[in-house]
Design a protein around this ligand. Structure first.
Ligand code: BG6
Length: 542
């Protein structure tokens, strides 16, 4: 996004990030439909947790795409580390199985991938890793550069980082210019554990070497919030309390917990979605303009915004939140079981699969504007959006009967699945009578950038970690502040009898969540209906 952040005392990394707006021309020859990623430098990527689900589902496919797009250097290799007993060849077979559609470029690179079977707390693992890295530099041309990726269970993040430092692996190898550590979510399970984890990581790596991933930051539409707000003159003047009446963030999923019941029982919607994805989206949407696209200038503004979000007392937290859990119901015409009947879920589980919050942002821009957040599994549709609803006109000329289909102006940032931006405003319905209703002006990514080869979230983030652009990664102070905001809810809910409201799968959450907004005279948008404004061509589908 901007010039790469270089750790103090380190040489400038060979690659640079793509400046905004530098794209390869598309078929029409004038307007770019996708922006090329800059070439990545040579690097040995060490994936801890290499036999796991995340590696197979996300990391390898993203790397394969980067290879086939010509982004990976000839001096790229992977050293997988995990407890599963595999040989190098078995690892390569797993890589091939995880990337069945990959092209020749990836296939060529995979033939050199190596694997270490080892415990994360055993010195042998790291001695072996050290010699494998030296070999990769010698044989594969990885040039002393290191990218460590923690895709393990979170409880060993600190351990692995510490062991890397202890074995002299936290800096670049001979002739190298960088060693970076990519850390997956969840980053802690509350404020205390996040602080401890940051301390452990900082004991081993400098903050400038640490890249905390939130895959939402890799989404094109999340990044587009920056473009919309700061590359256009017309939105910023009305982006404040004088014009905006309320903000709603929705992260709705129609899927349940799938095969992740065991994990979800330790998480719940607050830890799984709100502490990370929602806070990131809110920070970008509500922050002040950064002074440049330098990673730290952008992240400074995000932290400032997070610091302005009111931290409730546990009592206030109860009052301003509604937790729900799905019961059996129907989603997409399929009968589905309730959360407590999912595999690996306790029959009396108190974990929330739905959460609605009312937040306050206490600064000059947003004071008094309610910020409503809701997220849930087994809701009627998959929709992630941010909706800014504007204040009504001071005096409505038209009588109530003719304007009953008129809603307040809204600007909807549609993050997924129908990516784009909509502006809803009132229009006269053709005919002799003066009848008004809301219509939408739509920008659709799919239509505007048809055929685009834009990188998906992981692809983009892996690329940025390789070239040293930390803009889209979460800094330690951001992650800590996000925990400070959500911690009181965790405290409040740990009390016996903390409310949990049930909702049938396939509905928009518990009724209590409606009351949370109705108390202030507001209501939730219904993305199914609201996106179905008459005349809107794209039906909302899963
Ligand atoms: C993950 C959560 O971080 O995000 C999952 O652990 C959730 O529970 C997923 O399903 C949602 O991501 P996306 O990109 O599908 O919105």
């Amino acid at each position: 996004m901007s010039a790469p952040a270089t750790p103090p005392g380190k040489a400038t990394p060979p690659g640079t990030a793509t400046p905004p707006g530098t794209g390869t021309p598309s078929g029409n020859g004038t307007r770019p439909s996708s922006a090329a990623l800059s070439p990545a430098p040579p690097v040995a990527m060490v994936v801890f947790g290499a036999s796991g689900d995340l590696t197979a589902r996300k990391i390898l496919p993203a790397l394969a795409r980067l290879a086939d797009r010509g982004v990976l250097d000839n001096g790229f290799t992977i050293i997988g580390v995990a407890r599963t007993e595999w040989s190098d060849q078995e690892f390569r077979d797993q890589v091939a199985a995880a990337t069945p559609d990959a092209g020749p470029r990836w296939r060529e690179l995979t033939s050199r991938f190596a694997y270490i079977t080892g415990e994360y707390d055993h010195p042998n693992t790291f001695d072996l890793l050290k010699s494998r890295l030296a070999e990769a530099d010698r044989v594969d041309g990885t040039a002393g550069n290191r990218l460590y990726y923690l895709a393990t269970i979170p409880s060993v993040f600190g351990l692995v980082a510490g062991a890397l430092a202890k074995h002299g692996c936290s800096g670049p190898g001979e002739g190298g210019s960088f060693a970076r550590l990519v850390v997956e979510k969840p980053f802690g399970r509350d404020l205390d554990s996040a602080l401890t984890l940051n301390q452990q990581l900082h004991g081993a790596f400098d903050e400038s070497q640490i890249y905390r991933i939130d895959h939402y930051m890799g989404k094109e539409t999340v990044q587009n919030v920056l473009a919309l707000r700061f590359a256009n003159a017309i939105f910023e003047p009305i982006w404040n309390r004088r014009y905006v009446e309320q903000v709603q963030v929705t992260v709705a999923e129609s899927i349940g917990v799938e095969h992740r019941g065991g994990f979800y029982e330790t998480a719940g919607a607050l830890r799984d979605i709100v502490q990370n994805h929602v806070m990131q989206v809110l920070a970008l949407t509500l922050m002040e303009a950064p002074t440049s696209t330098d990673p730290d200038r952008v992240r400074d503004e995000k932290v400032k915004l997070l610091r302005a979000i009111d931290i409730p007392t546990p009592d206030e937290a109860v009052d301003k939140s509604v937790r729900g859990q799905y019961l059996a119901g129907t989603v997409d015409d399929q009968a589905v079981v309730g959360y407590r009947q999912e595999p690996d879920v306790a029959a009396d589980s108190q974990i929330e699969t739905y959460l609605a919050l009312r937040l306050r942002v206490e600064n000059w821009r947003w004071a008094g504007v309610p910020v409503y957040v809701r997220t849930g599994k087994r809701l009627p549709a998959r929709v992630t959006e941010v909706a800014l609803t504007f204040r009504q006109v001071p005096f409505l000329l038209f009588d109530r009967r003719t304007s009953r289909d008129l809603r307040p102006n809204s600007l909807i940032l549609r993050i997924q699945p129908d990516e784009g931006v909509s502006l809803e405003f009132g229009a006269k319905v053709p005919g002799e009578r003066f009848h008004l209703r809301s219509v939408a002006m739509d920008f659709s990514y799919a239509e505007e950038f048809a055929g685009s080869d834009a990188a998906d979230g992981y692809e983009r983030l892996l690329h940025d970690a390789m070239v040293g652009d930390a803009t889209l990664f979460i800094r330690s102070d951001e992650v800590e502040q996000a925990w400070r905001i959500v911690d009181p809810y965790l405290v409040a809910w740990s009390e016996p009898g903390a409310g949990l409201h049930f909702y049938p799968a396939g509905t928009w959450g518990p009724h209590m969540a409606d009351l949370l907004v109705e108390r202030s005279g507001d209501e939730w948008r219904n993305p199914e209906i609201d996106l179905h404004l008459p005349g809107r061509p794209t039906p909302l589908t899963q």
